[in-house]
Design a protein around this ligand. Sequence first.
Ligand SMILES: CC(C)(COP(=O)(O)OP(=O)(O)OC[C@H]1O[C@@H](n2cnc3c(N)ncnc32)[C@H](O)[C@@H]1OP(=O)(O)O)[C@@H](O)C(=O)NCCC(=O)NCCS
Length: 370
Amino acid sequence: MIPAVVEADGVRLRPFRPDDVDDLAAGCADPVTLRFNPVLPEPYTTADAHRWISEGAPAARLAGGAAYAIADVATDRLVGGIGLSQVVPARGQAEVGYWVAPRARRRGVATAATRALAAAAFRAGLDRLELLTHAENPASQRVALAAGFRREGVRRAVGRARDGRREDLIAWARLAGDPDGPAARPLPDLPDGRLTDGVVTLRRLAPEDTDPLYRLHTLPEVVAVRARPVPPTRAAIARRCAVAESDWLAGGSADFALLDAATGALAGGCALVYDEPATGQAMLGYSLLPEARGRGLTTRAVRLLAGWAFGTAGLARLWAGTAPQNAASQRVLERAGFRREGLMRGRLPAHHDSTRPDTILWARLATDQP
Ligand SMILES: CC(C)(COP(=O)(O)OP(=O)(O)OC[C@H]1O[C@@H](n2cnc3c(N)ncnc32)[C@H](O)[C@@H]1OP(=O)(O)O)[C@@H](O)C(=O)NCCC(=O)NCCS
């Protein structure tokens, strides 16, 4: 049986008490908490908090799980909640869930609580802890990583949103034998969140980039160089921006907004798709809005990106493909130190009744002198 109180680094996991009611109601009424915990009643009232303290939390424990208040060690005041549910005794498995009050976020509370709960659960005999996060909830994914959970994949339609729609969730797990400490990430964060040479700035793509990115990706000349030359929907671009951080954390791709450093306006986009982690190789793609072209911004962006990829990220080889007739893109790659390696025949899917288009292959190695 997992203990009633678990002491952790800066926080204490303890049973809920009647005098937690106001802090509990305020924390659970927060819109972000409600969004990512769709089982909570909305609106969340003081009556709901009373019911959780007197009935819900004790019932979770009786069912073999746990429901703790996360309390500040100095004041013992509630700053969040964490628990174990969906216990499957035959598999020695349970699911971790947590929330932290807005006033206590970004101070390591959820990470410390999750690490401590995992250690206590493994000591009590559990073998496997699962955690499910929404793709648009990078804060929770970072907690999972920091607490040593590894990403296992996407559980399709396993969740139900507040409006009744079924939603995919990302599945994470930590095993009793997994090492302490954060789980490994294939792609690190950018230093201070950006790369800049004073003329262009690259930062991770974000939801606020949707409109300019949609304009960019529906330009005829940009559509023409897509793998399938069909314009994306606005919803697809919004989704790409919304899950960019999640994809980065998963190590699948690093999707950048390319900004004019002087104005901060989005001038284009570029992406690194980590297609062969086993060999340290990734693919590079980019496009620029018409008003920003002709000033060398893409070349600068590719140089910056390559510097980060070969430096902090530790990649060995970057490759890019251009259409045989795309002279502007070929010049960018040449100027950014890429070499032409050959022709990939029939590399892209055929459109209409045509044959599969060829692509020129360019690459730069970490060891090449740019
Ligand atoms: C998710 C949540 C519990 C995180 O709590 P927290 O105590 O702020 O988390 P931590 O301080 O331990 O931060 C852990 C990591 O997340 C990062 N982080 C925190 N808030 C973030 C945000 N809004 N966006 C991106 N990253 C964020 C931190 O920088 C830290 O990253 P690092 O390990 O790379 O340094 C909190 O945001 C919350 O309650 N959200 C609403 C409820 C919820 O989503 N519950 C989980 C459902 S699966």
